[in-house]
Design a protein around this ligand. Structure first.
Ligand SMILES: [Zn+2]
Length: 167
């Protein structure tokens, strides 16, 4: 039985080795490349990987993973738009940039729901772990907002624009 880090379902079916017809992507050996497949519809995430964001071409019509991925991406775009005005300190802006990267990676994941749930847990842990003084007040509000947003995105709900409390 193949088992890698937890459930066998995670190891089987998501990763497949393909022969690559076109130009070899950076870092890949000629001939084969490890291709991710959507956890729901099984479509290869070729366009998603190439464009760096979820693409309909990779999924069956109405694929639940794609719909949720798009919602995550919309949230990321909104975050990027609002970050320059809303975030006061450099640390907060940096934190928002980093979080936007993490969330867009979750949107490209073969299982966006699992990825965004994991991310939500990480933000929750951050809220609950007292850090160095100053650091906590600068980003705890953001971590809380992101945790709530991740929970809603995992359910397929729209969290709305990120609201950042002053502090
Ligand atoms: Zn899909």
């Amino acid at each position: 039985m193949l088992e890698v880090n937890g459930s066998p379902a995670e190891a089987v079916g998501l990763l497949m080795v393909y022969s690559w017809p076109g130009p070899v992507p950076p870092g890949a050996r000629r001939g084969t490349v490890t291709m991710l497949r959507c956890a729901r519809c099984g479509g290869s995430l070729f366009h998603t990987m190439a464009k760096g964001r979820p693409r309909q071409e990779d999924h069956e019509q109405g694929c639940d993973a794609f719909i949720k991925a798009i919602r995550i991406m919309r949230y990321v775009d909104e975050m990027k738009r609002s970050a320059p005005q809303s975030a006061g300190t450099r640390r907060r802006r940096k934190y928002l940039r980093q979080s936007a990267k993490e969330l867009s990676a979750a949107a490209r994941d073969p299982d966006p729901v699992a990825a965004v749930t994991t991310l939500g847990d990480a933000y929750q842990a951050e809220c609950e772990t007292p850090g160095k003084r100053g650091e906590v007040s600068a980003t705890t509000g953001l971590a809380e907002a992101l945790m709530r947003a991740c929970r809603q995105l995992a359910l397929g709900q729209d969290p709305g624009p990120i609201t950042v409390r002053p502090g």
